[in-house]
Design a protein around this ligand. Structure first.
Ligand SMILES: CC(C)(COP(=O)(O)OP(=O)(O)OC[C@H]1O[C@@H](n2cnc3c(N)ncnc32)[C@H](O)[C@@H]1OP(=O)(O)O)[C@@H](O)C(=O)NCCC(=O)NCCS
Length: 197
């Protein structure tokens, strides 16, 4: 698959490059990213190169796509959004942002754009019918993004996730191509306090 660049009001989403090493290492070593994502620990140049290679192989195979989030006026990478497990009309989304870039709605904006594109028919998109999200259930910031992009809560898999040697409840959500993304369902059922709009 050719590299895909997407734009939003504030962001340019473009494939990560070698020159993004320092920015990726900076967010990948953040404690929240370590707490909630499977980044290798420690994370340095070798891990960055391995991830970049995995992104490129995934793009070539059509199974994984990664975008660096950048402000339109500044090429420095704030974080990344990835679609992975792309198969049979569905994919999973993952994201992480450097602490300095959090709280501005950048991730919500970026993921919404990626989901729009993923649902658009080829050749202008992927033609998916489902994009899903999974997270350690206590990850309220990630859940807020999933909800804000219009994902409906699909459930809690108790003790299903093993992360850094501990078991966690895992939260599931997804959005379908034909869903009304302005009316995500089900979040108030969560015991983790995700009901805030
Ligand atoms: C998840 C993450 C990417 C969100 O990035 P972000 O750019 O701050 O996201 P946004 O600004 O688009 O939205 C964040 C939302 O989470 C909310 N939020 C942030 N921290 C929160 C917390 N501790 N509890 C509840 N809500 C929280 C914000 O208020 C915002 O919601 P709002 O739009 O209703 O105000 C970022 O926190 C991060 O990188 N975390 C570590 C990695 C990670 O957890 N990745 C996801 C793995 S599943």
């Amino acid at each position: 698959m050719d590299p895909v660049t997407l734009r939003t009001d504030r962001l340019v989403l473009s494939p990560p490059e070698e020159s993004d090493a320092d920015a990726v290492i900076a967010y990948a070593t953040d404690p929240d990213v370590i707490a909630y994502t499977p980044v290798p620990v420690p994370y340095g140049d070798a891990e960055f190169v391995e991830w970049l290679e995995r992104c490129r192989t995934g793009r070539a195979e059509g199974t994984r796509l990664a975008w660096g989030m950048r402000r339109a006026e500044d090429p420095r990478l704030l974080g990344t959004v990835e679609l992975f497990g792309i198969a049979d009309g569905s994919a999973e989304v993952g994201y992480a942002v450097h602490p300095d870039g959090r709280g501005h709605g950048f991730t919500t904006e970026a993921v919404s754009r990626v989901v729009d594109w993923a649902f658009t028919e080829p050749p202008h998109g992927l033609g998916l019918v489902r994009v899903q999200w999974r997270a350690i259930a206590t990850n309220r910031a990630s859940a807020a993004v999933a909800r804000r992009v219009g994902m409906s809560f699909e459930g809690l898999r108790r003790s299903a996730s093993v992360h850094r040697g501990r078991r966690h409840d895992e939260a599931l959500a997804a959005v379908l191509r034909d869903d009304d993304r302005s009316a995500p369902q089900g979040w108030t059922a969560s015991p983790y306090g995700w009901s805030a709009a």
